[in-house]
Design a protein around this ligand. Structure first.
Ligand code: ZN
Length: 278
């Protein structure tokens, strides 16, 4: 694109991005039900500052993770079932640091790495069930993309589309109507979305996480089998004080800063789920 044209596009798009930000800043949200859908234990970690803040402000935060994380290790000694148990405990330990109750963590039990090859209708139905049961005001999910499809890690690609598909299906009472006829649930339209891990240029909302940064960094040290020495040689759930400090320092270096403040970035969208991708 010629430079001049690029400048015009940026100028034209800036006001659109501003309009898409939440009318009430995320830092002031209270009394909402928040649902995050991810593929793996730790996919919620890039939103941990925001989630800890929301939980502290009397919002109810729930995490639905699609897979057990039972494949991603370089430690030759770990079995799939051991890894699934480790990943569950790591997630619960991280959520405890954030103040999110253990009973707000829901794992759907799919195998790590092959999510997109599962029966999509069955996965969407399970997600729709939890959307109708929890009735979130806001859905946090992988950004399924705004402008065009691009390649992402398989499970993340699948989770992005499955979450968007489930949000759409949940609002139609004649889809999966067993939930309504048999389970006493009602159709639910999620009005607002915070889409994470998207393209930087699509992000329109930067949440100030100054108040919860330390919790986010401490929570990151709980993923010993993913982000710590346990990735290659798992020895247990707790790091030594020196290892924990190193791990926190590394996490601190990855934190995004804007105008001198630590932030987490999202594409905020409000409206019918049909237009999440627009
Ligand atoms: Zn992941």
């Amino acid at each position: 694109m010629p430079k001049m044209l690029a400048r015009v596009v940026v100028l034209v798009c800036l006001p659109c991005a501003a309009v898409a930000q939440p009318a009430t800043p995320v830092e002031k949200w209270t009394g909402k039900t928040i649902l995050l859908i991810g593929a793996h234990a730790d996919d919620d970690a890039q939103s941990h500052g925001t989630l800890a803040m929301l939980q502290a402000q009397k919002n109810d935060v729930y995490i639905v993770t699609l897979t057990t994380g039972n494949v991603g290790t370089q430690d030759p000694q770990l079995s799939r079932s051991q890894l699934a148990q480790i990943r569950r405990q790591e997630e619960l330990d991280a959520l405890a640091v954030l103040g999110i109750p253990a009973e707000h963590y829901i794992n759907l039990g799919y195998d790590d790495g092959l999510l997109e090859f599962e029966d999509r209708k069955a996965v969407v139905e399970k997600l729709v069930f939890f959307i109708r049961k929890l009735r979130p005001d806001v859905l946090f999910a992988f950004d399924p993309g705004k402008r065009y499809q691009r390649w992402h890690k398989s499970d993340h690609r699948a989770a992005a589309y499955l979450a968007a598909d489930a949000a759409r299906a949940a609002m139609w009472r004649l889809l999966f109507e067993g939930h309504i006829l048999q389970d006493g649930l009602k159709a639910h339209e999620i009005p607002e979305y915070m889409l994470y891990d998207g393209a930087e240029e699509d992000m329109n909302t930067w949440v100030d996480i100054s108040s919860t940064l330390e919790k986010k960094l401490t929570a990151s040290t709980r993923y010993v089998s993913q982000w710590g020495p346990g990735w290659q040689n798992y020895k247990g759930a707790r790091l030594s004080p020196e290892e924990e400090k190193e791990s926190k320092d590394r996490a601190r270096q990855r934190v995004r800063m804007r105008e001198g403040k630590p932030v987490e970035g999202f594409r905020h969208y409000k409206g019918l789920p049909d237009s999440i991708g627009k």
